[in-house]
Design a protein around this ligand. Sequence first.
Ligand code: SF4
Length: 345
Amino acid sequence: MPTRELDLCVTNACNLRCRYCYAAGRNMGRTSLTAAEMRRAVDLYLKGASRTCDKISVSGGEPLLLWRLMPGLLGHIKSARPRGAGTELFTNGLLLSQDKVLSMLKAGVKVRLSLDGEKESHDACRPSASGRSSFGSVIGRVLALPPELRARLDAVPTVSIVSYRRMTENMLFLLALGLQAVKPSFVLDEVWPARDLRELARVLAALRRTAARHLRSGRLNKVALKDLSGGAADFRMSNEISIGTDRFFYPSSLVAASSPALSKALLEEWRIGSLSEGIDWEKLDALRDRAYAEIKSCGAELYLGCLLCMYYSSRIRKVPLKPLLKSGEKVARAVLEAGLGEVSP
Ligand code: SF4
């Protein structure tokens, strides 16, 4: 059964080394897809999924490192995607410019900026490739954009155990940049100690009070939480499939981004197609069904975000799934109780 989303992991090169990265942060050597390979991946996906496609995403690594290929790719997606489907591009902002933003907006792309907030949190989580601060360069690029362009971009901050204490300050800082919306999510593969969970409840209550008007206006989005109420059939179609820089399709963008560092055995287990042979939708269904059964057997009822990311992260890092899901469930409940979460299948 086809999925709703395709993620093109166009390169694993990046100019940052984020602490929670599965791609460039792991120093796996630089590889990228060619323009023809990107277009072929889109066409192969749409051949099977044009009736279910909601979205095509461009990610990496840092996709703007391949800017010379982006106008062609984004134009191709715009002409090939079915009516109603969207395109989004994730960037760390270091190479942002007015011309690039205008070009992406013209191609109907939603630009998502991976910014975590103020300098302290940003630099703790998103140092440059040389290990230095990246805050000034990134924020300088964002502020150099005319306000009317900034107002069409979103920030997608990642909250972690390292940065959650400054969550209110970080969200207010991002809102003050004049962006269209701020869409926070949590790192999905951290296990939270009890004292941090208690502190998180206090932080979330303060954020709720301080940012009430931004929540009401919709500029500060609630955290997207998950449950399994859609059942196995919905889970089969959940999330994206992704192509990695090794030219194979995988059942999750986390797997595609990690692919250069994975063992041959895992790659063979998880590959669901290639640019030469197309996409094996039956194998994808079988992998989704297995993930669903294993996730369900852990007994959590609420999840902090993408279930496939948590599932494949536990397999890749060889950490047990149940404690990861149970810890995520506690964080998700704290988010929900503070009125800052929204649950969907
Ligand atoms: S910006 Fe993205 S790809 Fe680059 S290191 Fe950070 S998380 Fe990884």
